[in-house]
Design a protein. Structure first.
Length: 73
């Protein structure tokens, strides 16, 4: 899938424009140690940010495992 840039040519129709935008994905994380019951476990993020989210949780002391990556249409 092509990435979007402000320098990309504007597509002629919405379908083409829609396919050039970064699509969000749903990830479900599993923490490697006990956490609070109300801890959010599903996040909707851009595909390009999956590694950054993983690094963020690692820095916060929450090692995670990405269980599923689900494309959202």
């Amino acid at each position: 899938m092509a990435g979007y840039s402000k320098y990309s040519p504007v597509p002629g129709d919405f379908v083409m424009a829609h396919t050039q935008l970064p699509m969000p994905i749903l990830i479900e994380v599993v923490f490697n140690h006990p956490v609070a019951e109300d801890q959010q476990r599903q996040f909707i993020i851009r595909r390009s940010l999956v590694n950054q989210v993983r690094d963020y949780f690692d820095r916060m002391g929450y090692g995670i495992i990405v269980r599923r990556i689900i494309q959202i249409d």
